[in-house]
Design a protein around this ligand. Sequence first.
Ligand code: FEO
Length: 171
Amino acid sequence: MINPKIEQALNKQLNEEFFSSYLYLSMSANFEKLNLAGFANWMKVQSQEEYSHAMKFYNYLIQKGGTAVLEQINKPDTKWENTLAMFEATYAHEQHITECINNLVDLALEVKDHATNSFLAWYVNEQVEEEANVTKLIEELKMVGENKTGLFMMDRELAQRVFVDATATAK
Ligand code: FEO
């Protein structure tokens, strides 16, 4: 049995995670157009991560005897001023997601749903990592500034990122 309030809130977060996947794929497409294949790769992997975050909610809802409801996904932005603006938008979005996760934890504690509280701990930790990764890239981009060689070097480095399903090893 799942508390109906929790079921509804988890479904809302399911949609948030799918939107995150959409948003980062949109950024990836934007980087492709700018011929920054490494940045495009980094964002595509980010999008895959978000899909896995969504599926972790999806699977949990089903495991708890709830229903996963797939609502409409909002259209993400398609244009940003520059590379730095894209990463700043990423950081702002991750802060929003952290707030959503924190609110979910508050709700789980309020209704004494300890299983969901324990399930959400994975996301609490993940958000620390997500925000730190993006902050590091923003700092690097600020250092690089308008320097094309610096941007090229970063692009080469970000091309190395591969998707690892972190949700597969953690329940
Ligand atoms: Fe699923 Fe980037 O938070």
